[in-house]
Ligand binder design. Structure first.
Ligand SMILES: [Zn+2]
Length: 133
């Protein structure tokens, strides 16, 4: 009897990434969102909203590098001097990077001190358990 299981490799089942199709769709949406941002910010925000809803529907996490590029309120992609203004601010000897969305005026701050490690857990080498091709 022919089974409908995926191809077998070295006796083990071929490993699949959970939500691979959705990740590809989100990647595509991210690219178009960035591409149309300078011509049509509203369309860019629409694609940004789609990325969030695809992630929510399939219970997937958006990588912080990508997530941080979108405005939290209007979901428009933040490109310096096009849609957002990025400034380095100093306050009590600590530096922060401030993004201001030119469309809705939402501000976001990220720490950026020289001598401190502000990397996220995902950006550290010990966070990678397995690489699936
Ligand atoms: Zn915004």
């Amino acid at each position: 009897m022919a089974s409908q299981e995926p191809e077998k490799k070295d006796g083990n089942r071929l490993k699949k990434v959970h939500g691979n199709d959705s990740f590809q769709r989100m990647n595509y949406l991210y690219q178009i969102s960035k591409h149309v941002a300078d011509k049509n910010p509203v369309l860019s925000a629409y694609y940004g909203n789609l990325i969030t809803s695809v992630a929510k529907k399939n219970v997937l996490k958006i990588h912080p590098d990508i997530k941080r590029q979108f405005c939290k309120k209007c979901k428009c992609i933040a490109i310096h001097k096009v849609i957002a203004t990025i400034r380095v601010k100093r306050k009590n000897k600590s530096k922060t990077i401030q993004w201001t969305c030119d469309i809705c005026g939402t501000k976001r701050q990220f720490p950026a001190n020289k001598n401190q490690d502000h990397r996220l857990w995902l950006e550290r080498s010990e966070a990678v358990l397995e690489v699936i091709n």
